[in-house]
Every structure is written in C-alpha cells, then in structure tokens.
Design a protein around this ligand. Structure first.
Ligand SMILES: N[C@@H](CCC(=O)N[C@@H](CS)C(=O)NCC(=O)O)C(=O)O
Length: 118
C-alpha cells in the first residue's frame, strides 16, 4: 500500500512538473503589496498530496508567494493538530488582526484565495 501511494505521489509530482501552470505576473508595486499580505498566510501541506498540489497550482496561477510548511515534520504536524483541530492537509493558516484561523479543504482554500486576490 505504501509503495502504491509512493508511486502515485511521484506520478502526481511529475505531471505537476510537466504541466506547471503559468505564474501570474503583476506590476512590481502591486506584487509587493500582495506579498506583504501573503506573509500572513502559510499552507500546511504534504509535497505529493493531490489536494495540496491542486492548491499550490492555484497559488501559482494567482502569482501568490505563500509559504508552504511540511505538515509531516515536527513541530508543524503538532501545531496543525493542536491549533487547526485535525491532521488533514492542505490547511491554510491565516493570521489576521492578531487572530489565527485554520482553513481546511482544498476547494475552500482556493475559493478564499480567488476571492481575496483575483
Ligand atoms: N477533502 C479534502 C481532502 C484532503 C485529504 O484527504 N488529505 C489527505 C492527504 S492527501 C490527508 O490529510 N490525510 C490525513 C493524513 O495523511 O494524515 C480536501 O479537498 O482538502
């Protein structure tokens, strides 16, 4: 089972590499503004998870430089469970006005990013 999952993961990463979406280009000043906002975001994810790949592709299409965090590693895994509530990726950590929100579900995350940055 582990081997099959591993092979599928490599296929997903290969396809993602071959069909890398075009990164959105913005005027420099606008991109700097967006970068300042996305500094408050972090995507907790696994490298070869198909749902995480979907979100990373959406981020690239939008030209969003959001930090990615490997949720398989300590202490990130523990942070995700303790603060987010469950061990599921992708999960977007959103820091806003001193408060932290954890957004699960790839579809929800992509909707949030599209609404905020599109
Ligand atoms: N419906 C969720 C599915 C996410 C999902 O199934 N993620 C898997 C990884 S691909 C997961 O977090 N499993 C728990 C684990 O591996 O610990 C989404 O679209 O984000």
């Amino acid at each position: 089972m582990f081997i099959i999952r591993w092979i599928l993961g490599r296929i997903i990463l290969l396809l993602n590499f071959v069909f890398t979406p075009k990164k959105r280009k913005r005027p420099q000043a606008e991109q700097q503004q967006i970068d300042a906002q996305t500094q408050a975001l972090a995507l907790y994810q696994y490298n070869a998870c198909p749902f995480c790949v979907k979100v990373r592709r959406a981020m690239r299409r939008q030209g969003l430089n959001i930090q990615t965090v490997d949720a398989k590693q300590s202490p990130h895994k523990d942070e995700l469970i303790a603060q987010g509530g469950k061990q599921q990726v992708p999960c977007l950590r959103i820091e806003e006005n001193g408060q932290v929100h954890w957004l699960y579900e790839s579809k929800e995350i992509i909707n949030y990013l599209d609404q905020r940055f599109a």
